[in-house]
Ligand binder design. Sequence first.
Ligand code: SDX
Length: 426
Amino acid sequence: MAEHVKIIFEDKTYKFPVVVGSEGERAIDISKLRRNTGLVTLDPGFANTGSCSSSITFMNGEKGILRYRGIPIEQLAEHSTFPETAYLLINGALPTRKELNHFSVMLNDQSLVHEDMRIFFQNFPRHSHPMGILSSMVNALRSFYPERHIIEEEINLIVIHLLSKVRTLSAMSYKISRGHRVVYPRHDFSYCANFLNMMFDNPVKPYQIDKEVVDALNVFWILHADHEQNCSTSAVRVVGSGRVNLYAAISAGIAALWGPLHGGANQAVIEMLYDIAKNGNNVARVVERAKDKKDPFRLMGFGHRVYKTYDPRAKIMKKMCDKVLSKLNTSDPLLDIAKELEETALNDNYFIEHNLYPNVDFYSGIILRAIGIPTNMFTVMFAIGRLPGWIAQWKESVDDPNWRISRPRQIYIGSPETKYIPIDER
Ligand code: SDX
């Protein structure tokens, strides 16, 4: 017998169905609430509101579970590559060897961007933030690749354009920002190796592809690939619900991710650790500041709307830090500070009572620093990783027969009706 809830309002009783997900999550279907009762709900930040039903990613915040299309993130991080995981998210199943080879060839074939796009880069002020550049350039891609997205083949081509060209644009942006010659993608390199080569190869010191670094980058991007209805994915769905082209929806996702409370946290974590190092490593003082309600400072890389335990991605990231640093035969004092900060916070009642644990951004910057990625490009690295998730969620929304334009309601608390007063009488 289907479950339901009853709402009693103004002496009338209303029943609303309870929907149950494949992992037992339950939600009240209020799609007829206003029509039947005249009421709307109010839920700032949507902490209690589901925007859609989805079969892409499952998270359990209490148990620290994350699965893409049912496959645990730990198994994908251990066995998969980023292109294979991107295929899984977008197409709903792991590819056969033949399908993966075709997908990889398509990504390589579409890895160049129109030469005229280089002029755009040269006109951004040198100090422009790479996330602002990337959001603009992704929108500009539509002008150079104006395929409609009516039939499956056109959509698939746009998807390949985005997955491949966003990676190329990001490396180009870095090279041009340094006044260096752009390095072109190579057909004989894998997706991740190509990115590293485009970023770091130069005529003075040719870049040596290191398998362990390529493997670390694959895992880094796998861990970022999707995360159900987070802020930037919700932005992609909301903007996409107006039936705008996919490039514009992804550009909105990049803009949403930029914020320091969201994807921008990976850059903010490193800046926080750097400040701690610069000011005498006083970790205890930083933890006290994070607890002080009068102080706007928050412990960046800590806390999560869904995870109320250790973010499973942070666990993998933390292990990877040690592996990458030892492989590159280097150390990072900021890692030692991060570990001390984690230790202090996880033993502090405030963090325990608030269920605040390291999230994906807490250790990710250490890996990026070891690879040589500049700090202001950390969130760009997050965006490249999140791209297949945004695309998969957009596709699922446009294919959903129940999908409508997103248009939330509000409760008005402003002035009652007021007469216009001519300016000379004010
Ligand atoms: C990402 O949604 C996703 O899935 C996002 C993401 C993804 O993959 O897409 O996982 C990526 O964005 C990870 C989060 C990166 N952001 C940060 O690391 C920034 C620092 N963290 C916070 O600002 C905060 O924890 C959020 C933004 C992540 C979550 O905010 P919520 O869910 O709105 O929680 P809240 O702000 O209401 O805080 C609840 C309580 C408050 O205390 P009380 O007023 O209840 O006493 O916890 C406290 C907060 O003050 N708190 C923190 C804290 N985070 C929450 N206190 C100190 N330091 C922190 N980091």
